[in-house]
Design a protein around this ligand. Sequence first.
Ligand SMILES: NC(=O)c1ccc[n+]([C@@H]2O[C@H](COP(=O)([O-])OP(=O)(O)OC[C@H]3O[C@@H](n4cnc5c(N)ncnc54)[C@H](O)[C@@H]3O)[C@@H](O)[C@H]2O)c1
Length: 460
Amino acid sequence: MRSPDAAMKSACPNGQGFNISRRSFLKGCAVAGAATGLPLWFLERNLTAAPARPKPLGVNDRPGIALVGCGGMGRGDAGNASRFGDIMAVCDVDEKHVDAAAKQFTKEGKTPAKYSDFRKVMERDDIHVIITATPDHWHTLVNLAATKAGKDVYGEKPLTMTIDEGKRLVQAVRKHKTVLQTGSQQRSDARFRLACELVRNGRLGKLKEVNVWLPAGLRDGPFKSQAVPPELNWDFWLGQAAKVQYLPQRCHTMFRYWYDYSGGTMTDWGACHNGIALWASGLPAPSEVEGKALAQPIPGGYTAISEYEVKFTYANGVIHNVRTTKADNIFGGVEEPQGQRNGVRFEGTDGWIWVNRGNLRASDKGLIETPLPESAQHLYKSDDHMGNFFDCVRSRKLPICEVEVGHRSASICHLGAIALRTGLKLKWAPAHEKFVGKNAREGNRFLEREMRKPYDYSFV
Ligand SMILES: NC(=O)c1ccc[n+]([C@@H]2O[C@H](COP(=O)([O-])OP(=O)(O)OC[C@H]3O[C@@H](n4cnc5c(N)ncnc54)[C@H](O)[C@@H]3O)[C@@H](O)[C@H]2O)c1
């Protein structure tokens, strides 16, 4: 059952927050209860508008799209999606961000409706697609609310904050038969696809190692708390995470350096590059993980470990190392031209292949240039990540980075972050999605997280 707070918020007529006090809402329910003899919980639940399943799309109809999380990536995604549908609604807990998005997506005099509570967006039957581009700690609840309302989802990576969230989301997407594309656009980049196809087809002989390089995070602090900017609903921004004083360094863009809202660069860039390592291996997950922090966070500063080494071992003996580089920044920009770039290097008995956004190289040109035979194993082909999603919205087929792919790509990164946070060597059972053997209890503690009320699963 939804909490009274959640029900009360949903009952607000304009969806823009608390227009009636909790006391007057409950008083109203109590009066109605006395008149009808119906219990309070039942009245509360029925006062909450049900999510509306989208109207079926005609052949020539453009899908209605809502953007939840109007920061840098969200507005980029929505711009990209507007090739295929109409941006009808924008939602953010920061008024300035929602205003900027509404302005950006005003077309032919029509301005998208503005919301601060994403649950209200789910009540509209003219919205078919939700783009979720909030910070990571909000992804799952927004995606679950959308899925339950029968909306299709373009959900930014990393798809989840925990492995348990991923399992729930996979189940919900299957149950409600929605289409979910994870926003890991490297899956629709021909360089990454070719590298993975070559590895899968034995072009490197036997695969021995995968070496992934991710941009290092930031190590900074301590920070001084500040007054919450008037345009920001800080409590809603924090959501499930612990209630703390406002720091700009916790909030927009910088959330990715805090374990409360992200898994550090391990899950940020890791969701992209480790997901590619999995694609090439064809395996769902490694069976062992260990990690070492190379720098400790500064007390009172960012909490996510900024520099590290993580080693995954797969059941077939392949080693997958993840290391950080300071030569690239978190936006992929080059800091030191001669330094180590972020990317993925596959090492086999017959040579190596290096791939990143913009570059594909091999120990011998022939490894790339010699065509694969027609009989080779070919991977799912998509050259337009957003286009592939909208094709699937119409065809109801699985998109290239469907929910299980997004979940497994996030999971491997969560495993890495758990190894770093516990400092332990851990054994993973991919089929059961649990740690097993020595240290299992310590590892399994991180499979879920505490969710501050009312922002737990009952919120959506
Ligand atoms: N695919 C990629 O290459 C790529 C690149 C960058 C970011 N991302 C992902 O996109 C997501 C957003 O990143 P960003 O850099 O744009 O962050 P950002 O901080 O710039 O934007 C996030 C926005 O979400 C809003 N928000 C927070 N809680 C909300 C809630 N409950 N409801 C509605 N809005 C809420 C914030 O106010 C903010 O405007 C992250 O998950 C990130 O990993 C993906």
